[in-house]
Design a protein around this ligand. Structure first.
Ligand code: UDP
Length: 367
C-alpha cells in the first residue's frame, strides 16, 4: 500500500481537502493508495475547523498535532518537529500540502529534509509582495516541491519566471470543484425549503458580504480603520462573518462598527456559499472569497493592494481598492454601475481533484 500524508491546518485547506480526499477515497483503495490526514491545529475554533470536517464529510484526521495560537516562528518550528517524527514513523511515499500557510511550509520542509517528495496544490501563486507571510510560505514551498499543481495559466508562468518548469501541471482550481459540488447541494436544499444561513436574520433587501483577515489588515490597525470607514459609508447593509484574528484586534483596539455592518461569527462553507449567492456585492481580503465572487458572478472589491487572482481583476469583476476609504467608496459606485461582463474558464472544468490524484497515482513510487 502506498501512503500519502496530507497536511492541513487552516480553513481554506479543509475546503480544498474536501475535493481531493473525496477522490482519493473513491479511486485510491482500488489502486492500493491510502491518504493519512494530519491536522496541525493551526485553526482550532469549532467554527473554523470542525464544522468543515462535519458538513463536507472530510475524513476525520488520523493525527491532530494541536499546534496553533502562537507566533509564526514558534508555530512553524513546532510543526516541523512533530511532522518530522510522524513522517519517520509512518514512512509515507509522498506528502501533500495546500496553499500558503505555516502548515504548508512546515509540511513541505519537514518532508523535503527527509527526501520525501512533496505535492503542492495551489502552486505558483504570487502577490510579489515579499513581506506577506503567505508569499514567503508559498515561494519556499514551491521551490521544495516535486509536483506543482497550478490552478491557472498565470501561476504556471509565475513558476517559469523562477526557473521551475519540471513537475508543473496546470490542473485548474480545486476550489472550483468544491464550489460546483456544493452549489448543487445548496440548490437542492433550497428546493426543499431550507434557507441558509440558519440563525442569521437577513431581510430580503440587497446587502453586501465582507470578510477581513489578512495580517496586513488586522495587525496594522490603521488599515482596519480605513476599511471600516470606507465600508461604513457605502449605502448598503454589510454582513460580516468575523475571523477570530480580526475579532481579537477589534476588541483590543475598542473599534465601534459603523451602523450598516452586521457582524456575525464565522460560518460554515455551505452558509458562506449561500451568503455569497444572496449578496449583491462582496468585499474581501481573502484569496478564496475573491474567486468565489467570480464563480457566483458577483462584483468583488478587494481590500488589498495586490491580488494573486489577477484574472478576476482583468475580467473586470474585481477592483483592488486597498484600505483607503475613498477608494472603497469609489469602487462601490463603479461596481454597482457595471453589469454583465463575460467570465472565462480560467479555473478549469471542475475536475481538478481528479486530475491531481490521477497524476499522483501514476507517479508516486511504490515502496
Ligand atoms: N469561508 C467560510 N466561512 C467564513 C468565511 C470564509 O467558510 O465565515 C470560506 C470561504 O468561502 C472560502 C474560504 O473560507 O472558501 C476562504 O478562506 P480564508 O478567507 O480563510 O483564506 P484564504 O482563501 O484567503 O487563504
Amino acid at each position: 500500500m502506498r501512503k500519502i500524508i496530507t497536511v492541513v491546518g487552516a480553513r481554506p485547506q479543509f475546503i480544498k481537502a474536501a475535493a481531493i480526499s473525496r477522490v482519493i477515497h473513491e479511486i485510491g483503495s482500488v489502486n492500493n493508495f491510502e491518504e493519512i490526514l494530519v491536522h496541525t491545529g493551526q485553526h482550532f475554533d469549532a467554527n473554523m475547523s470542525e464544522v468543515f470536517f462535519k458538513e463536507m464529510r472530510i475524513p476525520h484526521p488520523a493525527y491532530h498535532l494541536g499546534i496553533g495560537g502562537t507566533s509564526h516562528g514558534k508555530m512553524t518550528g513546532q510543526m516541523l518537529e512533530k511532522l518530522e517524527e510522524l513522517y519517520l514513523q509512518l514512512k509515507p511515499e509522498a506528502v501533500l500540502v495546500y496553499g500558503d500557510t505555516n502548515s504548508t511550509l512546515a509540511g513541505a520542509l519537514a518532508a523535503s529534509k527527509l527526501d520525501i517528495p512533496v505535492a503542492h496544490v495551489e502552486a505558483g501563486l504570487r502577490s510579489y509582495w515579499k513581506r506577506m507571510p503567505e508569499e514567503q510560505n508559498r515561494v519556499l514551498t514551491d521551490h521544495l516541491s516535486t509536483w506543482l499543481f497550478c490552478p491557472t495559466h498565470t501561476s504556471v508562468e509565475n513558476l517559469k519566471k523562477e526557473g521551475i518548469e519540471e513537475g508543473v501541471y496546470q490542473v485548474g482550481d480545486v476550489m472550483y470543484d468544491v464550489n460546483l459540488f456544493y452549489r448543487e447541494v445548496i440548490a437542492e436544499e433550497e428546493n426543499q425549503g431550507k434557507k441558509r444561513p440558519e440563525g442569521v436574520k437577513l431581510s430580503d433587501s440587497p446587502f453586501a458580504l465582507m470578510t477581513v483577515h489578512r495580517a496586513e489588515n488586522t495587525d496594522e490597525v490603521h488599515r482596519l480603520r480605513g476599511i471600516l470607514e470606507g465600508v461604513g459609508a457605502i449605502p448598503m447593509p454589510v454582513v460580516w462573518p468575523v475571523h477570530p484574528r480580526t475579532s481579537k484586534i477589534l476588541q483590543a483596539s475598542g473599534i465601534t462598527l459603523p451602523y450598516n455592518i452586521l457582524s456575525i461569527s464565522p460560518v460554515g462553507y455551505l452558509d458562506m456559499l449561500a451568503l455569497e449567492n444572496r449578496a449583491q456585492l462582496i468585499l474581501t481580503d481573502s484569496g478564496g472569497v475573491q474567486k468565489e465572487a467570480y464563480f457566483a458572478g458577483k462584483p468583488c472589491i478587494t481590500l488589498r493592494d495586490q491580488s494573486e487572482w489577477v484574472e478576476t481583476v482583468e475580467d473586470g469583476w474585481n477592483i483592488l481598492a486597498g484600505t483607503n476609504p475613498e477608494k472603497i467608496i469609489q469602487a462601490y459606485h463603479q461596481s454597482m454601475a457595471t453589469h454583465h461582463r463575460p467570465r472565462n474558464p480560467h479555473y478549469g472544468d471542475g475536475h481538478s481533484a481528479q486530475k491531481i490524484v490521477e497524476i499522483l497515482l501514476t507517479q508516486i513510487p511504490h515502496p
